[in-house]
Structure formats: C-alpha cells, structure tokens
Design a protein around this ligand. Structure first.
Ligand code: M6R
Length: 620
C-alpha cells in the first residue's frame, strides 16, 4: 500500500527520494509525489500514475535541496488523482507531510478546522493532519510551546498526533525549520535508516538498504526529530526514549531482478534455495527432532494447548489451512484457521490453553495484527510465522518463527507460501513429537521435508511445458481449481494466483463440493485444474475429474510422475514428483504459480504490479 521515503543528508534529496519510491512500487500505488525544501520554500510535485510520470515532471536535482519527503499513494479516501496525492500541505503553506494509514476521526476534525477558517483542497483524511498541525502551529491558543525540549513545529506535531484516532506513519517538514525532518508512527511501519551524515525515513526497508543497513524501528506513538546535528526520539507524550539500533538482514541483491523479467518469476524460481534456508539448521536428523530457536522457551505452553487458532489473510490464510490439517494430523490438537478480518470482530472465545498463530509474510497486515492484539488482550499466547524481520507482527507476538526466505517483492506471494507451509510442517512434527508421534514417524517426515527443495527444482524444469498449457487456455475467462485433503488449500491458492495477476475469474474448491452447485458452471471447454496426486483420496478425485469431463470441461491435471492411469483423464498433464500427502502442497502449488505467471504475461499484464492490489495491506 502507500509508501513513505524522506531524506535529510548531504546529497540532493530528489534522486534519493525517486529511487526510494521506485523501491516501494511493489507495494502497490496509484499516484506519487515529492516535496523538497529549498531554504524557506517548499517545492511540491505530484502526479497520478507511475513514478516515471512524476520523474518526468521534475526539474534537475538541486544540490541545495538536501531535505525532502516522498510518497506513493494507494487510494482509500478520495480518488487517485493529483490533488489527492501526497505530500499534503497545510492551509498556511508551511507544513508538508506524507502519510500512510487512515485517520478515523477525520470528519470531526475537518468540521472543527473548517470552523476555524482552515481551507481544504483534497478529499483525503491526510490533509486533516496537515491542517491540524498548521492550525496548532499558527494559533497555539496564545500559548507558547510549553516544553523546553521542543520547538514549536515539534510541539504542534505532538499535540496534533494526540488528537488523532486511527493509524499513521508520517514524514513531516516545515519551511520555518528548513533543516528539520520529523517522523512519527502509530499502526503503520516507519523505519529510520542511519547513514553517514545522512538519514532516511521509510515505511519499508527496501527504500533504505541501498544507503545503509543500520536502522531504528519506531514503535507506536513514537516520533523522531532529525537535524544535521543528529536525531532524537520521543513518545508523542514527549517522553525522551532511547532506541536500539538494528542491522538490516538483507542486501540490495535480494531486491533486484537479477536477470528475471519479473520478481514473481524470480521468487518462484528461488523456492528451492529459499526453502533450503528456511529448513537450514532446523531439521535434527540425528534425534529426529525439529529445532525452532525462536520458540524454544515456549514449547511447554504450546504442547499443552487444547486449541490452536490460526489467523491470517489471503495466501497466508491458505498456508494456515494446510497448517490446520498438519497440526491436527500429526499433533492431534484441535486447530482452526480464521480470516483475521473476521476473527477480530467476532468477540472470539479464547479460553485457557488457546494458542494463536498469526501468519504473515509482511508482518504488517492490519487485520492480522489486530487479531494478534485482540488475542493478547484476552490472554492467549501468540506465535508469529512472519517473513519480514522486525515487522510489527513479529514484534507484537509473544514468540515466533521467521521464514528466512529474503524479501518477497512480487505482489503475488509465492516463496513465502511454500515457506509458511514448511514452518507449519516443522511445528506440527515437533508438536507431535512432544505428544505422541514416534521417533520413526518423525524421521520419515523430516527426511521427506529435507527433499522438498530438490523436488521443487524438478517442477521448475516444467516451466516451458506449463507455458504451452497457458497458451492453450488463457483466453478463457472462468476457471475452476479443485483438490481434496491437503490439496484443497492448494486449489484455493492456485485460483487466487490466477485471479490476482491475470484477472481471470477462478474459483478454488474442495473437489467434492462441486456437485453442490459449482458444477452448473461447467460448459464446453471450461478449464478445470485438478490436483490429483496419489493420496488417500486419489480414487475419489478421479471420479470428480470424470464428472467435469462428462460435462465438457477441459482438465489440467497435476498428478504424480509415472501415474499412467491418470493420463486418460487429463487434457493437459503436469507430472510432479511424489511426496507424502501431508507435505505435498509445497510441491503441487508450484505448477499453479507457474501457470498463473504465464497466463498473466500472455494476457499482457504487469505481473508485479497487478491492478488495485498492494503487497501489504496495512489498512482495514
Ligand atoms: O503479508 P501477508 O502475508 O500478511 O499478506 C496477506 C495477503 O494480503 C497476501 O497473502 C495476499 O493474498 C497476496 N497478494 C496473495 O498473493
């Protein structure tokens, strides 16, 4: 969703902001802008559409403009046009800000400010923040700034933030303080990068890593004031705080295309390596145990769980559903998977010995975070399965396991999904081991887990064959994805992948549900993707394939290598290596990722920037 980059240093800010905004493009946006301070004036340039449009509107970088703020906007309040793009100026023209998040009480504040004579240009909630700060800055009710450690700009920011209901990541400048940059955070991520005589504030480490790997993560209700002399951190209640410096754990290479046409393809192809890193050092082949350092102090509590609730959204929810099946099967603990967006509003029942698992690639998804916060308030132990190190969910959960797959830039989640399933499989094996799963059974699953990366490698080699299937089918506008057991969530995930990047309508279903309604959709030549690997329900799914073929559906079947029997049922066959059924999703999902990728490219879509979508959904 929206992205923030702000810079104060010793170089012209403009190219640094533009480069930073390009690094944030993957998050999804519809307009962009930059504001640069030149002595006591502010130069703001904004446009709807791509960063390249904004770039073409900018003059040559000015060496004296060493302070600036930039933003990519994903519209929530007000259409995606130039006026609504950020930075927003206050009515006095002195204060400019870039904002991520949503201000819930903006209507009341706007009414108040209009009553005080403030004027508004945009339809956004953000302009209310600018005008509130501007109003307080210009009219502090006759009082001077009451705190010795604050100047009037900082005071107005603090005072305004205390009036806001909602979420914000903010970067702010004021023409009266031409060498001061302020950042503030509540519910929306904000990171301060500490370079050599330069500082970058950004909502995502991807915009920082080119300049420095030393960062400070702001927490909620905190702000930072930066000048050429250094920086200070405080709460928005004006309590000085010391923040620990952290090291970013990824390099620039991880966010470059590295010769691939798209990040999605790069990340699909990275899966063997990513899973090897995810599993690395965690499979104890000698004692047939799993080592998950992050949660080692919590095993006692987790093992005693009477109920596990998994919370997640989108692809992470699909991984969660597989986790539910795995934990129930291997550890025999009652587990359920909930959409975080529903769970948070359901007044959920959380009794003693309930564990909440939150799954999130970004670690910033607003609904998943809210579900974690609610579960914590109700006394549950919360465990995060997160990719982005230091993200809000990683820091909010009591304990957790990192995916360790490096940055995922493609909006369509791929390598994070397979790693989420791998982590859930490890969790289920070790939980089982601590309850009733025998050493030999554990050994079997651990051995098989260790072979998954090489099996995915075999599937990647099928890319050209899968492309031919996409060529033959991608003009069709309606698809079905069907699977049973552990492959049912894979069907859901396959349908989501196709929908989000190729804009084809696709429905994922447990194959047996088809007869209860969706079978009516099948008409001549409708593509139906079946995941029909050898598993406990193999015969049943063959029956489902026949039902579709009898009605004229065209079948694309993911089956096991060497399965001669299935050939007669498949218009198109994708042979994948055999894997025990509990671990199959990590392998069977890969051809579906590749199929969706090729279909989207063939239909001429920008795979990494699908329309209307954002990489991490930081608003409700
Ligand atoms: O960052 P998260 O894993 O919390 O994101 C959850 C979903 O928004 C995400 O998986 C989304 O569904 C993907 N675009 C799917 O490819």
């Amino acid at each position: 969703m929206c992205g923030i980059v702000a810079y104060l240093g010793n170089q012209p800010a403009q190219p640094i902001l533009i480069e930073g905004l390009k690094r944030l493009e993957y998050r999804g946006y519809d307009s962009a802008g930059v504001g640069l301070i030149n002595d006591h004036t502010l130069n703001i340039t904004k446009s709807s559409g791509r960063i390249s449009v904004l770039e073409s509107m900018l003059a040559k970088p000015n060496p004296v403009e060493i302070l600036g703020i930039g933003h990519t906007r994903w519209a929530t309040h007000g259409e995606p046009n130039t006026i609504n793009a950020h930075p927003h100026l206050d009515y006095t023209g002195k204060i400019a800000l870039a904002h991520n998040g949503i201000i819930e009480n903006y209507t009341a504040l706007k009414t108040f400010l209009i009553g005080k004579g403030c004027t508004f240009q945009s339809q956004t909630d953000t302009e209310v923040i600018a005008n509130l700060i501007g109003y307080l800055y210009s009219n502090p009710d006759g009082k001077d700034c009451p705190h010795e450690n604050l100047n009037r700009f900082e005071w107005a920011v603090q005072h305004a933030l205390n009036e806001l209901v909602g979420t914000y990541g903010l970067a702010l400048v004021c023409t009266d303080f031409p060498d001061m940059l302020i950042g503030a955070k509540k519910g929306s991520p904000l990171i301060l990068g500490l370079g050599k005589n330069e500082y970058i504030i950004a909502s995502d480490a991807a915009a920082i890593v080119q300049h420095t790997t030393q960062v400070i993560y702001l927490s909620d209700n905190e702000m930072v004031t930066i000048t050429p002399k250094g920086f200070s951190t405080k709460t928005i209640d004006n309590i000085e705080i010391h923040k620990e410096m952290k090291q970013l754990e990824f390099s620039l290479d991880a966010i470059e295309l590295d010769g691939f046409g798209h990040f999605m393809l790069k990340e699909i192809c990275e899966q063997p390596k990513a899973l090897t890193t995810c599993l690395g050092g965690r499979l104890d082949m000698r004692d047939n145990r799993i080592i998950l350092g992050g949660i080692s102090n919590y095993w006692r509590e987790i093992t005693r769980a009477k109920r596990i609730i998994i919370n997640a959204c989108g692809t992470a929810w699909h991984a969660g559903l597989i986790g539910e099946f795995l934990i129930e099967q291997l550890a025999r603990i009652n587990t359920e998977t909930q959409y975080a967006s529903e769970f948070r509003y359901r007044n959920p029942i959380i009794e003693d010995n309930t564990i909440i698992i939150a799954i999130s690639q970004s670690g910033e998804t607003a609904d998943t975070l809210a579900a974690v916060e609610q579960a914590k308030e109700r006394g549950a132990l919360t465990l995060g399965i997160v990719n982005v190190v230091g993200s809000t969910i990683a820091r909010t959960t009591d304990t957790g396991v990192y995916l360790r797959v490096g940055p995922e830039i493609g909006v369509a989640s791929t390598k994070a999904f397979t790693a989420q399933v791998a982590v859930l499989a490890m969790l289920a094996i070790e939980l089982g081991r601590r309850r009733h799963l025998g050493s030999e059974q554990a050994k079997f699953y651990i051995d098989e887990l260790s072979k998954i990366p090489s099996k995915i490698e075999q599937v990647l080699a099928l890319s050209e064959d899968i492309k031919k299937i996409a060529e033959a089918t991608c003009e069709r506008e309606n698809w079905l994805f069907l699977g049973r057991g552990f492959n049912y969530p894979v069907a859901l995930e396959g349908a989501l992948k196709l929908k989000e990047i190729s804009y084809i309508h696709a429905e994922g279903l447990p194959a047996a549900e088809m007869k209860h309604g969706p079978i009516a959709l099948i008409n001549n030549g409708m593509p139906a993707v079946f995941i029909a690997t050898r598993c406990s329900q193999y015969e049943k799914i063959i029956g489902n394939i026949e039902e579709v073929r009898a009605r004229g559906g065209r079948t694309i079947v993911v089956a096991n290598q060497g399965d001669e029997n299935i050939k007669q049922y498949a218009d198109f066959l994708i042979p994948v290596p055999e894997v025990p059924e509990e671990l199959q999703p990590m392998v069977t999902v890969v051809p579906l990722q590749i199929l969706a990728y090729h279909a989207a490219v063939l239909r001429g879509h920008d795979v990494d920037k699908p329309r209307n979508l954002a990489k991490s959904v930081t608003v409700e």
